[in-house]
Ligand binder design. Structure first.
Ligand code: HEC
Length: 153
């Protein structure tokens, strides 16, 4: 009987832990600022890492457009690949947990689209099609920037 109670307690504790972790995974470490974008609160080094990734995205966007302009599909592929899924793969779990779910989804959408653009350029898809995909992808950049800002702890 005693072990039974202990087992139930252990299961309840496990469920509670899972719920708390799940809540943080979805909500992230955020604060609300009245009338403004919600702020994601990160350590200074974590914020720098995300901003570095952002500057990478801007560099990729520039490289894709310059490549399309010169009809240099190799440059398009290289620039896009630099911001593909692989570029986001080494983000540590602690930082991942602080990022809200919708932020992670929008981020992954953009990285995934960059890989698609790289592949399209490699397989000789028409420029207009690639330009259309980039334009659609930039709506995710705009949507995320409208919703979130990053603050240092
Ligand atoms: C998942 C959300 C998200 C997506 C998607 C996203 N960004 Fe950002 N980006 C942010 C946030 C948040 C900031 C910080 C804004 C702030 O704190 O005011 C930022 C900052 C930046 C900065 C400033 C970097 C610095 O050093 O200060 C650049 C440039 C940038 N983003 C470019 C882009 C481009 C280009 C794309 C799309 C190809 C993109 N971002 C997609 C969320 C996102």
């Amino acid at each position: 009987m005693k072990t039974n109670k202990f087992a139930i307690f252990a299961v309840l504790l496990w469920v509670a832990t899972a719920l708390v972790f799940g809540w943080f995974f979805i909500k992230g470490n955020t604060t609300e600022i009245e009338g403004q974008r919600d702020a994601i609160v990160l350590l200074p080094a974590e914020r720098e890492l995300v901003l570095l990734e952002m500057r990478g995205l801007l560099g990729s966007t520039q490289g894709i457009l310059a490549g399309l302009d010169k009809k240099d599909m190799k440059q398009v592929a290289q620039a896009a690949r630099a911001s593909g899924m692989a570029s986001a793969a080494d983000v540590n779990p602690a930082l991942m947990a602080k990022l809200p779910m919708s932020f992670k989804e929008l981020g992954m959408t953009v990285h995934h689209a960059m890989d698609e653009i790289a592949q399209d350029a490699e397989t000789g898809k028409p420029s207009a099609e690639i330009l259309n995909k980039l334009s659609n992808t930039l709506t995710s950049c705009v949507a995320c920037h409208a919703a979130w800002q990053l603050k240092s702890e």
